[in-house]
Ligand binder design. Structure first.
Ligand code: 4AD
Ligand code: MG
Length: 480
């Protein structure tokens, strides 16, 4: 007997073979046809039972959401939509799901809005959409490791609890430690806590970059891939308070090398998913086509999901300096419908997401790498250019997403770095270890950070970032 996963059985041709499979009931029609899903694929396996031979009380327990074990033989299916089916010889209920209670949840077989599904994030993985998104996410993670490992990058785990504010943006969750001795002591019921970590003020990491740099300047090329936290109180479809970031860092690499790396890496992971997630992508594409039908023609996507992914894999990203981008925006036409004026008059202003999307979606119509930004709107660690006013920064902007990558060549010159820190009031003593890297064998080096959820969003076509992570942490989704 083959104890199989639905994904394996669906492509098997071992007809008449005895098989056993466990999963959850997605639907049960005519007291005869069970659609079984076990999470291994978007597709359900049809299990046909002989209801005349099946006791009434067992039939009643084959309900949507129940966990069951089906034993039977594999047959070529005569029905449309599937190649094989199981003709069941026995069905065992492993876990019941009371239909009356199921009705009150998102497991009930009707269309639920994504907002509704978010309220039951613990159950939504049992829906087709989330199953597909989470499988694609998992494959993307694998591709991330596979790209870097194949290219001789070392995987480094940087601290989650840290004293450094790598981005200097002040968007940190402070780490507080309770003094357990004092817990019952306060009269008003409050407990004493210290805003510190064994005597040092700390926060949850906003980026592993600074620590990553120290490792690149020893291991040569490294990457991190871990949870990252930003205490930004923004409820947008692109921001999470807890997200996953991939941060490669490479010694002896300048900004051009950094752009090449980012472009090659993104193309690799998207190609991997195109090759290895065909059924899930086809499902997600279908879903978007359905969504598009309810929109006015002008708002529909010009390309299907899979074509969009192929387009990114097959075409060069456009590389444009910040200064050139400002020129393009100066000559742009205002968007009358959205009442947004894309024109930026001032060199030096930060680009808003509308500007970024104009450049990518309206002007270039392909992924864009913007580089050489004004020093004043970027972080302290970026390499100052000879002009004294721009830095070797790069942002990669994607259609429908906006910024997906932020990176730079790092300031490797100790004196220039110290001067910049002094200007921004960053304490040298706090970052003595970081400055050490510039004292002992400093070298040109570069890296970037890619927001993993934004990549998953692009790959799956999900419009809200909360729908590509298992348990979204945002100001409005704090219940888990
Ligand atoms: O541009 P950011 O802030 O860059 C850094 O943190 C650098 N230290 C990275 C580096 O050079 N090693 O963040 C990098 C990327 C962004 O481009 C975006 O994709 C993602 O991280 N990101 C977020 N994703 C989801 N929610 C948020 N709140 C995010 N903030 C940044
Ligand atoms: Mg950024």
């Amino acid at each position: 007997m083959i104890k199989g996963k639905v994904a394996e059985l669906l492509v098997s041709t071992q007809y008449l073979q005895e098989v056993q499979v466990k999963g959850w009931v997605r639907s049960f029609r005519s007291n005869r046809f069970i659609a079984l899903n076990d999470g291994s694929t978007i597709n359900n396996l049809q299990c046909v039972i002989d209801f005349e031979k099946t006791p009434e009380d067992l039939l009643k327990r084959i309900t949507v959401g129940a966990a069951i074990k089906v034993t039977g033989t594999l047959h070529e299916s005569l029905g449309s939509g599937q190649k094989v089916e199981i003709q069941a010889t026995s069905v065992e209920i492993l876990g019941d799901a009371d239909p009356e209670e199921v009705k009150l949840t998102i497991l009930s077989p009707k269309r639920h809005s994504l907002e509704k599904l978010r309220e039951q994030a613990h159950l939504r993985v049992r829906t087709n959409t989330f199953g597909a998104v989470m499988r694609v996410r998992s494959k993307l993670s694998y591709a991330v490791h596979s790209y870097f490992q194949q290219n001789n990058f070392h995987y480094v785990n940087t601290p989650i609890i840290t004293g450094s504010d790598a981005e200097g943006a002040g968007e940190m969750f402070k780490v507080t430690s309770f003094d357990l001795k004092d817990v019952p002591k306060n009269e008003d019921g409050s407990v004493n806590y210290k805003e510190d970590f064994f005597g040092k003020e700390t926060n949850l990491t906003v980026s592993g970059q600074l620590e990553g740099e120290t490792y690149a300047l020893g291991l040569g090329q490294i990457y991190t891939f871990g949870p990252t936290f930003r205490a930004e109180n923004s409820n947008t479809s692109r921001h999470l308070a807890e997200f996953w970031m991939i941060e490669p860092e490479v010694a002896f690499c300048d900004l051009d090398g950094n752009m090449d790396l980012a472009e090659e890496f993104i193309k690799y992971v998207l190609k991997y998913v195109l090759d290895n997630c065909k059924d899930d992508l086809a499902f997600l594409e279908e879903r978007l086509v359905g969504e598009d039908k309810s929109k006015p023609e002008s708002e529909r996507s010009p390309m299907t999901l899979i074509d969009k992914l192929r387009f990114v894999v097959d075409n060069n990203f456009k590389r444009v300096s910040y200064t050139e981008a400002i020129e393009i925006l100066k000559n742009s036409k205002p968007n009358k419908k959205k009442k947004f004026n894309y024109i930026i008059e001032d060199w030096g202003a930060d680009l808003q997401s509308e500007h970024e999307r104009y450049l990518v979606e309206k002007h270039f119509k392909c992924p864009v790498i913007l580089f050489d930004y004004p020093a004043d709107i970027k972080a302290f660690y970026m390499r100052l250019n000879e002009d004294g006013k721009t830095v070797r920064a790069m942002d990669i902007l994607f259609p429908g997403i906006g910024e997906i990558v932020g990176g730079s060549q790092r300031e490797e010159r100790l004196d220039v770095l110290k001067k910049k820190m002094a200007e921004l009031g960053i304490d040298e003593e706090e970052l003595w270890w970081y400055l050490d890297t510039r004292k002992f064998g400093t070298c040109v080096h570069s890296g970037f950070g890619l927001g993993f959820e934004r990549l998953v969003q692009f790959t799956t076509g999900m419009s809200n970032i909360r729908d590509v992570i298992a348990f979204p942490r945002t100001p409005l989704n704090a219940e888990f």
